[in-house]
Design a binder for this molecule. Structure first.
Ligand SMILES: NC(=O)c1ccc[n+]([C@@H]2O[C@H](COP(=O)([O-])OP(=O)(O)OC[C@H]3O[C@@H](n4cnc5c(N)ncnc54)[C@H](O)[C@@H]3O)[C@@H](O)[C@H]2O)c1
Length: 280
């Protein structure tokens, strides 16, 4: 989608960080924007910061963990704006942890938001984009954590790798319907993501306490996010890459070597198996 003017965009996780900045950039480019978030107070504040609800800006409370809530938000968007061209499945949370020591309810929580939230957005909105025949664009927010791993965040990496694979798969089919798919894969961006773990089930029941190493990882993530790219710049870069029809959007020169390192490791493992098969 090269021209955003008069296109209707639905954005989740819109009350804060990258989602908010995407809404701001879309509005500046002439799009009509429906901001969706589970945080009602944050949404009200965000709408006010953008000048208040208008013919081109509206909001809806939506919990992406719940397919019914996403469907209701889609119906509301159609009622307000008539059609939908751009869907940004951006809402997400972070969770640090170690294997064998992560509360299973926390696992379910992050999968429900980071993966199923994206799936519901794609499944519910794709037929609505196809229906008007004007084409469209789906942006799924993954992360650089969907292309490289650290030892402290297995659930986050699992959900983000899943979103990358899911996005690459659906892109092959949806292009036939003039719907592009882009996967946003940032490294650090200034936002409130570092405090999102407070919403995890174990934080409510206080049944588990993070071990020292995980606590250290959490505070180092908080510092990296605080020093990350400005969300406004991330949003501008994202819309530019979407306009180019890019599959992935990256943002960090320092993380670039990780792509080559992974490709090299995969090739070496592949070749080792081929060599064994040849010899046996
Ligand atoms: N900030 C970074 O460094 C970074 C890096 C890579 C990827 N990401 C990804 O970017 C996306 C946006 O995060 P952010 O960094 O702007 O964080 P953020 O915490 O500032 O914003 C996330 C928004 O998602 C909303 N949200 C959380 N659970 C929700 C739910 N169940 N339903 C609807 N909305 C919900 C929150 O209320 C919040 O407004 C996430 O998917 C995150 O994983 C962020």
């Amino acid at each position: 989608m090269t021209d955003y003017s008069n296109k209707v965009a639905f954005v989740t996780g819109a009350a804060s960080g990258i989602g908010y900045a995407l809404c701001q950039s879309l509005l500046a480019k002439g799009a009509k924007v429906m901001m969706a978030d589970v945080d009602e107070a944050g949404l009200t504040e965000a709408i006010a910061k953008l000048g208040g609800a208008s013919d081109t800006l509206s909001s809806v409370v939506c919990d992406v963990r719940n397919a019914g809530s996403v469907k209701a938000a889609a119906d509301h968007t159609l009622e307000i704006f008539g059609k939908i061209h751009i869907v940004m499945n951006n809402a997400g949370v972070a969770l640090a942890g170690q294997s064998g020591r992560t509360d299973l309810n926390d696992w379910q929580w992050i999968v429900d938001i980071n993966l199923m939230g994206v799936v519901y957005g794609v499944e519910i909105f794709t037929p609505l984009i196809k229906a008007h025949g004007e084409g469209g664009h789906i942006l799924n927010t993954a992360s650089m954590a969907g292309h490289m791993t650290t030892e402290y965040m297995p659930p986050y990496h699992a959900t983000k790798y899943a979103v990358v694979g899911y996005s690459e798969s659906i892109a092959q089919d949806l292009i036939k319907h003039n719907i592009r798919v882009t996967c946003l894969c940032p490294t650090w961006v200034k936002s409130n993501i570092a405090s999102s773990g407070r919403g995890r089930p174990s934080a409510q029941t206080k049944t588990t306490k993070p071990v020292e190493m995980v606590k250290a990882a959490q505070s180092s993530v908080a510092a990296l996010v605080a020093n990350g790219m400005d969300a406004d710049r991330m949003a501008e870069l994202t819309l530019a890459m979407m306009a180019e029809g890019r599959m992935h959007v990256f943002n960090d020169p320092e993380a670039r070597p990780a792509i080559d390192i992974r490709a090299k490791t995969l090739a070496e493992d592949y070749d080792a198996a081929l060599a064994w098969m040849k010899a046996n």
